[in-house]
Ligand binder design. Structure first.
Ligand code: NDP
Ligand code: DXP
Ligand code: MN
Length: 386
């Protein structure tokens, strides 16, 4: 009988996906790989599937099935394509699923893994933002386990120690402030794609890099934290910490503040999600406090970064408003990346769409998918009018 845990990695070709591959390779004695997925990058998917001796490789774009079969020829690895194959991959009985697809596109496969009671290492924060209450209800119903991979949420998870809500005074979610932390609104008007993609501390995929630059990432993380940890919204505060060394903190009722620190390298939280409740060795750069010298903290500025205010509003009003915020943001970020709108238009468009659609009581997952599709149409129309 194998003592190895089997792992499936969704979004294996991305930033989180390839960091996960790195850990799986260095701990091949502990983990075997079942399914791996990507969206369009057939070549990288097939190479990773071969390197990890995966059993099943899925490409999200159904038109690329034949290309994937060719790339896997002779390997014995089964190929699949399209949304139904992504769901099939999630339903296979792997011990751990790393959910690292970007955006709401990850919702259906992640739900499929939750519904079979899997342990899910969740990087894909947009799923919790657009359907958090329904997702966490399914986690409870099916006995699944959700382990946060997002660095701040991993930090909170590591220091929260199952403490009851009444012992927790505050969750302090740290934010780097992104590349424009000190820029004036006037200068931010002419930000280029390359400037917005250049995060000061983290090497990440394009969408989350833009989210960090607008600080929508922290807004999404606020909503993510509220779904993951048992504290009211007004006990989750955002604090700007330019060095990204303190990944988040929890303040307890006795005045103690517990923090998790580390180099800005996602392999640490990914390894924790894989090994929890144990820890495994990871070759990340170690902190040298004398070289770092000082750690700084500042108030966030919601005037220059309105995405923070919009996400707080979505969380407070609840219902389908976080779904609207997320869908509008995904479409607006894509438009910015295609040079169709300016940097400040991203949050402006999200606000316009939120005001236009408003919030409705959240009832079921079909409503989430319908709202998401409608928001994407409305946002595209709004972008066309800019
Ligand atoms: N990068 C980071 O350090 C962090 C990321 N996260 C979160 O993790 C998630 C992944 O981020 P990141 O790795 O940076 O993103 P990347 O853009 O680097 O990777 C995204 C992955 O998802 C796949 N993908 C994209 N669209 C679809 C789709 N429609 N259907 C199926 N698969 C798809 C991509 O495949 P292909 O390569 O073929 O396009 C790729 O494998 C995001 O939700 C992000 O917010 C959270 C904390 C830190
Ligand atoms: C690595 C990670 O978890 C990202 O979400 C990171 O936090 C982005 O940095 P910002 O704090 O600039 O959003
Ligand atoms: Mn984060």
């Amino acid at each position: 009988m194998s003592l190895k845990k089997s792992v499936s990695v969704f979004g294996v070709t991305g930033s989180i996906g390839t960091s996960t591959v790195d850990i799986l390779k260095s701990h091949a004695d502990k983990y075997s790989v079942d399914a791996v997925t990507a969206h369009r990058n057939v070549e990288a998917l097939a190479q990773i599937a071969r390197d990890l001796s995966a059993k099943f490789a899925v490409i999200g774009d159904p038109d690329l099935y034949d290309e994937l079969c060719d790339a896997l020829a002779g390997s014995g690895i089964e190929a699949g394509a399209g949304e139904s194959a992504l769901i099939d991959a999630a339903q296979r009985p792997s011990d751990i699923v790393i959910a690292a697809i970007v955006g709401a596109a990850g919702l259906k496969p992640t739900l499929a893994a939750i519904r079979r009671g899997a342990r899910v290492g969740l990087a894909n924060k947009e799923t919790l933002v657009c359907a958090g209450a329904l997702m966490t209800a399914e986690v409870a119903q099916h006995g699944a386990t959700l382990i946060p991979v997002d660095s701040e949420h991993s930090a909170i998870f590591q220091v929260l120690e199952d403490r009851p809500e009444h012992q927790v005074d505050r969750i302090l979610l740290t934010a780097s402030g992104g590349p424009f932390r000190e820029w004036s609104l006037d200068n931010m008007k002419s930000v280029t794609r390359a400037q917005a993609l250049a995060h000061p501390n983290w090497d990440m995929g394009a969408k989350i890099s833009i989210d960090s630059a607008t600080m929508m990432n922290k807004g999404l993380e606020l909503i993510e934290a509220w779904h993951l940890f048992p504290v009211p919204e007004d006990k989750i505060e955002i604090v700007v910490h330019p060095q990204s060394v303190v990944h988040s903190m929890v303040e307890y009722c006795d005045g103690s503040v517990l923090a998790q620190l580390g180099s800005p390298d996602m392999r640490t939280p990914i390894a924790y999600a894989l090994a929890w409740p144990e820890r495994i060795k990871v070759d990340v750069p170690r902190l040298d406090f004398a070289t770092i010298g000082g750690l700084n903290f500042q108030q966030p500025d919601t005037e220059r970064f309105p995405a923070l205010r919009l996400a707080r509003q979505a969380l407070q009003e609840g219902g389908t408003l976080p779904t609207v915020l997320n869908g509008a943001n995904e479409v607006a970020v894509e438009a910015f990346l295609r040079d169709q709108i300016g940097f400040l238009d991203v949050a402006g468009i999200v606000e316009t769409v939120m005001n236009k659609i408003g919030s409705h009581r959240l009832t079921d997952l079909d409503q989430v998918f319908e709202t998401d599709a409608m928001v994407r149409r409305e946002t595209a129309a709004c972008i066309a009018a800019v």
